[in-house]
Structures are given as structure tokens and as C-alpha cells.
Design a protein around this ligand. Structure first.
Ligand code: PLP
Ligand code: COI
Length: 341
């Protein structure tokens, strides 16, 4: 294995030694298979290729201060993947199968788990696809569930340094009553054009309006949005955003730090009232936001003008990271030890 510069890993694909796969055929899941191939042989009429029968997850494994290896809230990801499967008529992966395959994938690639202190983590990417052929628009009868892993750094190259975000109104990532609340590939396909444009125009990510009323904040590309106002942690309530496990965790931490948590529609005009704003997610962790620019009106909302994350975001970030890296006890039972050294 070539030497890995753990401290400067980007968030990206990293080839490791093995991945694990399991097939659903004739109404049941088969045996877990280990593969060293980066490819999947597939039927040309597989429904994932034609009709987007595809869902994925993203979770992280951390090597802690005590050298134990922990996975963060895997059961929430496994349940969300079941909801995604349900939403687009795919076979559901049982929680135990999810867990067993996840642990196997991590164990087989143990040497790729970033050491404690590097700020990196092992990213676990479960993928569920319709592999059975259909030409009429129908759910497949066969599915593949697979998991690959790879070491990653933070999603935004800025890490915990504030990023600039572009608020857009001319694209939606998901329709009202569509698939925005589940983690299916089509939502991400729909985000590619506005997200690429935002990057070309100098922003780290795009911030979507809600697609029903067109006046509330939805989410920030691949992450949820939150704002801090005084001692309040405020985050959008919307049917078209992905219920983020990171956001759920931050709400709990915020409450336990004595903050008030509000989950409600957040009108765009409220952007001027926040003391701090940020994007949160497994990949993004917490990305503080220093500037939001409304692409349509040119209006700018500025935060942390000293170039640093605000105090509340910093406290939330530190607490979450301390639990993930076992620097502090985990009072919530969020982490599960899956091995040592
Ligand atoms: N929103 C979207 C669209 C995402 O893709 C993600 C990433 O999974 C999130 C939010 C954050 O969710 P989580 O904290 O569960 O990773
Ligand atoms: C995650 O945060 O795990 C994600 O899946 C976000 C993104 C890479 C799609």
C-alpha cells in the first residue's frame, strides 16, 4: 500500500482492497460475497440504469483516541435506506444484513482507516440498485446491495473554515411530494447543473429554495441547513429535504447545551437575522457559511466576517467530533465499537 497522506485527504473515491455484495433474487437475499473488483457486471436492461432504481447511503467510521474503531449511528442510515427502498419500490435491506456487510467491508479494509488525530475518517458507501431487467416502467425483481469504503477528508475543501454558498431559485433538486426526503440518485442528478454552476461562479455549494412555496430555505446541496439566532438552533422543516442524521444529532447536542431547537419553515428573509449559519451532513460534518448570495437578486447575507466559524457552531462541531473520536463519553449511544487498533 502506498503511503497515504491522511491529513490532506479530499472527499473522494479512494480505491481499497475489497467491497461486499449481496443479491436479492426470487424474493430473498442471498449470501454475502466479497469482491476485489471495482466493477459490477450488469444486465443491459437493469432498472437502475434506465429508471433510476437506485439508493445510497453515507456513514463514517472513526478511529478514536483510544484506538478503538467506531461507527456512527449506522442504524439510522440502515433505516433511512429502507425508507429509500420503500419510496422507489426496491427490496429492503434488513438491518442485520446492513450491519454485517458494513462490518465486513470495514474489517477487510482495516488498514485504510485513518489514524486518530488526522481529522479523516473511513467513509462507508452502501448502494442498493435494481439489477433485474425491465423495459416497461416497472420495479425490478432483482436487486444488488453493496458496500464499499474509503478514507476521506471533509466534503468541502475548506474543512471547518467558512464557505460561500449560492442561493438559487431557478432549479429544484426535488419536487413537492417527490423523492427529496429519500436518498435516491435522481435527486443528485437534478442537483448537478445548479451545483456545477455555483462552483463555476465561485461558491462551494448551492442552497435550494423549497420547491412548493418558493420562499423558504430547503437545504445546502449534499447537506442540511441550520441557522443560529441567539440561543436558538433553527433548521428547516420541509418534505423535500433529506432528514440528516448529523442534523438530528446536532439538534440533540444543541438542546443539551441549553439551546432551543426549532424545526420549522425558514423564510429566505430570515437569513438576515441569523448570527451564524452552516451546512451539516456526514460528509460535510459542519461547514460554517460566511456568505450566502441570492443568485436572482444579488443580495448578500454575511456571517463570521472575521473569517472564522461562530462560537455556537464551533461548540456543536467540537462536541460532535469529540463523541465520534471518543474524546468524550457518548451519552446517547450513537457510536458502536466494531474493532480495535
Ligand atoms: N442532505 C442531502 C441531500 C444529503 O445528501 C446528505 C448526506 O447524506 C445530507 C443532507 C446529510 O445527511 P446525513 O447527516 O445523514 O449525512
Ligand atoms: C453524505 O454526507 O454522506 C453524503 O452522502 C453526501 C454526498 C456525498 C452525496
Amino acid at each position: 500500500m502506498e503511503k497515504i497522506d491522511w491529513g490532506s485527504l479530499p472527499f473522494g473515491y479512494f480505491k481499497t482492497d475489497y467491497n461486499v455484495r449481496c443479491y436479492y433474487r426470487n424474493g430473498k437475499w442471498g449470501d454475502i460475497e466479497v469482491s476485489s473488483s471495482e466493477y459490477i457486471p450488469m444486465h443491459i436492461a437493469a432498472t437502475c440504469l434506465h429508471y433510476g432504481q437506485e439508493a445510497f447511503e453515507g456513514l463514517k467510521v472513526f478511529k478514536g483516541k483510544d484506538d478503538k474503531v467506531r461507527v456512527f449511528r449506522w442504524e439510522e442510515n440502515a433505516r433511512r435506506m429502507q425508507r429509500s427502498a420503500d419510496g422507489i419500490m426496491m427490496a429492503k435491506v434488513p438491518l442485520e444484513l446492513f450491519r454485517e456487510m458494513m462490518i465486513k467491508a470495514v474489517q477487510l479494509n482495516w488498514k485504510y482507516i485513518p489514524p486518530y488525530g488526522t481529522g479523516a475518517a473511513l467513509y462507508v458507501r452502501p448502494l442498493l440498485i435494481g439489477t433485474g431487467p425491465q423495459v416497461g416502467v416497472k420495479p425490478a425483481e432483482e436487486y444488488m446491495f453493496m458496500i464499499f469504503v474509503g478514507p476521506v477528508g471533509p466534503y468541502f475543501k475548506e474543512g471547518f473554515n467558512p464557505v460561500k454558498i449560492q442561493l438559487v431559485k431557478d432549479y429544484d433538486r426535488a419536487a413537492p411530494q417527490g423523492t427529496g426526503h429519500i436518498k435516491v440518485g435522481g435527486n443528485y442528478a437534478a442537483s448537478l447543473r445548479p451545483a456545477t454552476r455555483a462552483k463555476e461562479e465561485g461558491f462551494a455549494s448551492v442552497l435550494f429554495h423549497d420547491s412548493r412555496h418558493r420562499k423558504f430555505i430547503d437545504e445546502a446541496g449534499p447537506a442540511n441547513f441550520f441557522g443560529i439566532k441567539g440561543d436558538k438552533y433553527i433548521t428547516p422543516k420541509s418534505d423535500t429535504i433529506l432528514p440528516s442524521i448529523t442534523n438530528m444529532s446536532l439538534r440533540q447536542i444543541a438542546e443539551d447545551m441549553g439551546m432551543k431547537v426549532e424545526v420549522r419553515p425558514v423564510p429566505v428573509e430570515e437569513l438576515k437575522e441569523f448570527d451564524e449559519v452552516g451546512a451539516c451532513g456526514t460528509a460535510a460534518i459542519i461547514s460554517p457559511i460566511c456568505l450566502i448570495e441570492d443568485r436572482e437578486t444579488g443580495e448578500q447575507y454575511k456571517y463570521c466576517e472575521d473569517g472564522k466559524a461562530g462560537p455556537k457552531s464551533t461548540m456543536l462541531y467540537n462536541k460532535l467530533r469529540a463523541i465520534q473520536y471518543a474524546e468524550e463519553p457518548d451519552p446517547y449511544d450513537w457510536v458502536e465499537v466494531i474493532g480495535e487498533k
